[in-house]
Design a protein around this ligand. Structure first.
Ligand code: DGJ
Length: 539
């Protein structure tokens, strides 16, 4: 009997004395932001489900998709209309089941609070909010007509959303406060208003005629004045941004008080949007790049303003990374495309912009057999699995190296080398060496060896300098050559050794030494991907 009791007592002692893992948090050291989960740097290799997939039964079909993708984090919506079907009556059964299932899958979660705003409209507000247009007023457009968006000026609406969000966060603390399966929460979804640039109700018009709050002019270092005086032609949008942001901050603060998980707000971008009219081409008052300073000033309770990047061209994609990854804001990409160019854009985000995470939208589709007809640039009958293969390959290869990538981010010693249309090589400069990454077949021509480019622009990699003479190269369809840095008196570089291998629990595990044909002309990262480690000397 006592032999049986002992282990049980020991287990009980362990449980009683176990120290809960530290809370997930976002910290900043120097100029680098890091998401810490269980006290360790964590990069989100995520995927977001379709809007109506936040149901345990539907998720049963989707968990295997996450496994196939090699993702570490699932982004799943939580619906205000389901959480609070009647005022003050809260239901968390679906969320609880999803959290239990995520644990069984060894996945972390980011939950998305679809409430007052979803894509610039109010569709996820509960029926009792939608129906009571007096207590929960809608925005009024410039023609005097109500639109399908709740007004950010209503104290009652804000109070209702904040109360529900606080109840949700309190509940999360109760069910997940020790395990931290949920690592982050998104407050609202793409807030702002479609159909109108701002609320044109009489009360709102009056507010617009008044002065810009001192808190905002001080934060922006601008002189005091009315909205028109301070913001000129941008006054209506700036006014909308301030009021939407203040509202979202109130909701966030209410939740944060209950449970201090990292919170972020996602953004429907204005980039690449024809005439860029707020309220038409994108929700007005959202945290678009032109009003990001206003949002940052208004949202101390929000950790990150995060762009949903569907911009298709690489220069545009990089420009968005650059505008949102700034000294007062970490870059987090909670939504992006899942196939085509986006697989290579992931390398820019992680290696050049220190992204905390990356998550293609519409993970459900990966499970589908074929692409629906009519998707631009995709021939009918194409298998979806094939289309998303590059992204799946990325996750498979990068997943085990995330601890290292997180450690290299922010050091200035990590760079991407990514192929683009007519860009078949990239020259990277490190402390003592230059690295020439090339994509496709090598071709000798005047001036040296150039590259043809690959058939589908699958060349994508990142290079990290571990020491001035030691490098790790991770990626696909790339060849690399080294030379002493321009200006050095030494003319040639030589490998002391090259290994192919992988990272395992932070340790480098070499699988083989490369030499001979495999290193004579260049190093090669094949189509299925590889991780190489090389030590060099110059002479
Ligand atoms: C952005 C939204 O945030 C998502 O919820 C979803 O509606 C996608 N757009 C669809 O492309």
């Amino acid at each position: 009997m006592s032999r049986l009791l002992k282990p049980a007592l020991l287990a009980a002692a362990l449980i009683c004395c176990a120290v809960a893992a530290p809370m997930p948090q976002i910290v900043k050291q120097g100029r680098k932001f890091t998401l810490l989960v269980d006290g360790k740097p964590y990069i989100v290799l995520g995927g977001q489900v379709n809007n109506s997939t936040g149901w345990p039964s539907r998720m049963q079909e989707i968990w295997p998709v996450y496994k196939a993708l090699h993702a570490n984090t699932a982004e799943i919506p939580v619906y205000w209309e389901i959480v609070e079907p009647k005022p003050g009556e809260f239901h968390f059964e679906a969320i609880d089941q999803i959290i239990r299932d995520a644990r069984a899958q060894n996945m972390r979660l980011i939950l998305l609070w679809f409430a007052t705003w979803k894509n610039g409209v109010m569709d996820y507000a509960p029926g009792w909010v939608k129906a009571d247009t007096v207590k929960y007023p809608r925005m009024i457009d410039s023609g005097g007509k109500p639109v399908r968006v709740l007004s950010p000026h209503s104290e009652a609406t804000m109070h209702a959303d904040r109360t529900a969000f606080a109840a949700f966060m309190r509940h999360l603390k109760e069910v997940d406060g020790d395990a931290h399966t949920v690592i982050m929460v998104q407050v609202e979804n793409e807030p702002g208003s479609l159909f109108t640039d701002r609320d044109h109700s009489p009360a709102s018009n009056k507010l617009l005629e008044g002065p810009v709050p001192a808190a905002l002019t001080t934060a922006l270092k601008r002189p005091a004045g009315t909205w028109a005086q301070v913001f000129g032609a941008e006054a209506d949008e700036a006014f909308a941004a301030w009021h939407v942001a203040k509202y979202v901050n109130e909701v966030a603060a209410g939740g944060r008080k209950e449970y201090g998980l990292p919170l972020y707000v996602n953004v429907w971008l204005r980039e690449r949007k024809n005439f860029m009219r707020p309220g038409e081409a994108y929700p007005s008052g959202g945290a678009t790049s032109n009003v990001l300073d206003i949002w940052k000033a208004a949202t101390p309770a929000v950790d990150v303003i995060a762009p949903d990047i569907y911009v298709m061209d690489y220069a545009g994609y990089r420009a968005v990374c650059e505008s949102y990854g700034r000294p007062d804001n970490a870059l987090l990409i909670p939504e992006t495309g899942g196939f085509g160019a986006f697989a290579r854009y992931m390398f820019y985000a992680l290696a050049d912009y220190d992204a905390l995470g990356f998550a293609p939208f519409g993970i459900d589709r990966i499970g589908a057999a074929t692409v629906p007809d009519g998707v631009p640039g995709v021939s009918p009958g194409t298998s979806l699995a094939d289309l998303v293969r590059p992204m799946m390959d990325n996750y498979r290869l990068l997943g085990p190296a995330l601890d290292q990538i997180a450690a290299w981010q922010g050091t200035g010693k990590l760079h991407s080398a990514v192929e683009e249309d007519q860009i078949t090589e990239r020259l990277l400069t490190f402390t003592d060496y230059e690295v020439l990454a090339q994509f496709g077949r090598p071709e000798v021509s005047y001036g040296g060896t150039f590259a043809s480019g690959t058939a589908r622009k699958t060349g994508r990699s990142m290079v990290a300098e571990l020491a001035p003479d030691e490098f790790v190269i991770i990626g696909f369809d790339t060849t690399v050559r080294f030379e002493p840095r321009r200006g050095s008196k030494l003319k040639s570089a030589q490998f002391l050794w090259v290994e192919e291998g992988r990272f395992e629990n932070g340790e480098w595990k070499a699988a083989r030494r490369l030499n001979g044909d495999e290193t004579f002309f260049r190093l090669t990262l094949p189509a299925q991907g590889a991780i190489l480690r090389a030590k060099l000397m110059s002479y």
